[in-house]
Design a protein around this ligand. Structure first.
Ligand code: NDP
Ligand code: 8X3
Length: 253
């Protein structure tokens, strides 16, 4: 029987690339996000290309009852989840703390922290019943080094770091591995979302250097998951070669 992975936020970027890599490894894949057309297109592509089964869960991760209903109503075929990749997330704005839109703060907190909590709780209980599982949380270097204008996004990723450490402790003894992946700059829709559709501002983030691609992060995730079950990779930090950390990068003119 194929193993099964649930990937939140699989409609673009890191999540979409991760779905492809797991499908290639013959996992059945549960993909989530709000954009149903993209989920349908990805399902068709993965089933055709890799001969695996894909299940779509289209919902807003900020809504606790939707998170619970989505997982609890899974069919028998998808009822045993081997791997959960908590990837759905976003940054909104890069304004100074005292000038931020508080609605942006709420959306980031509700998505990056509370959404991750809602899904993880229901899947963790499933994994406890199975006696095995692997939870992979997508953190960020923003959860390690704050930067100007990062405020609540940085705080939300610091929370992901703290939660990852706490989950590993609380789930000890249930055969559940817990890993945090902390990427630096990955060229996805992340910056377009952050700058609210301003493509020029988004492009400036990656100008003059080769950023990471979603596939680079997906490769790290599948590596950590594929190790023997007695091996837990606690944390992986990945930056482009041209980026040392949140503050230092080198660009070609
Ligand atoms: P993208 O914008 O390309 O993808 C974000 C994904 O999250 C989409 O599939 C989106 O789906 C989903 N998502 C956002 N909000 C919600 C919501 N309310 N409900 C359900 N799904 C939601 O960005 P990335 O691939 O770059 O981001 C993925 C993760 O990686 C995020 O957690 C981000 O913080 C993290 N990260 C990104 C880095 C980067 O430089 N790109 C660096 C470090 C970490 P939809 O809109 O269809 O709902
Ligand atoms: C995304 C990376 O540096 O833009 O988490 O915050 S950064």
């Amino acid at each position: 029987m194929n193993k099964c992975v649930l990937i939140t936020g699989a409609t673009s970027g890191i999540g979409e690339a991760t779905a492809r890599v797991f499908a290639e490894e013959k996992y059945n894949v549960i993909i989530t996000g709000r954009r149903s057309e993209r989920l349908k297109a990805l399902k068709a592509e993965l089933e055709r290309e890799f001969g695996i089964r894909v299940h779509i869960l289209c919902f807003d991760i900020r809504d606790r009852s939707s998170c619970e209903a989505a997982v609890e109503t899974l069919s028998e075929e998808f009822k045993e989840i081997d791997v959960l990749v908590n990837n759905a997330g976003l940054a909104l704005g890069r304004d100074l703390f005292h000038e931020c839109d508080t609605n942006d703060w709420n959306i980031m907190i509700d998505t990056n922290i509370k959404g991750l909590l809602y899904i993880s709780r229901v899947v963790a209980n499933m994994m406890i019943r199975q006696g095995r599982g692997h939870i992979v949380n997508i953190g960020s270097i923003a959860g390690m080094e704050p930067y100007q204008g990062g405020n609540v996004y940085c705080a939300s990723k610091h929370a992901v770091h703290g939660l990852t450490e706490c989950m590993r402790i609380d789930l000890l003894g249930h055969g559940i591995r817990v890993t945090e992946i902390c990427p630096g700059m990955v060229e996805t829709e992340f910056s377009v979302v952050r700058f609210k559709g301003n493509q020029q501002k988004a492009d400036e983030v990656y100008a003059g250097l080769e950023p990471l691609h979603g596939e680079d992060i997906a490769e790290a995730i599948i590596w950590a998951v594929s190790l023997p079950e007695h091996v837990n990779i606690n944390q992986i930090t990945i930056t482009p070669t041209a980026q040392a950390n949140s503050l230092y990068k080198v660009t070609k003119q």
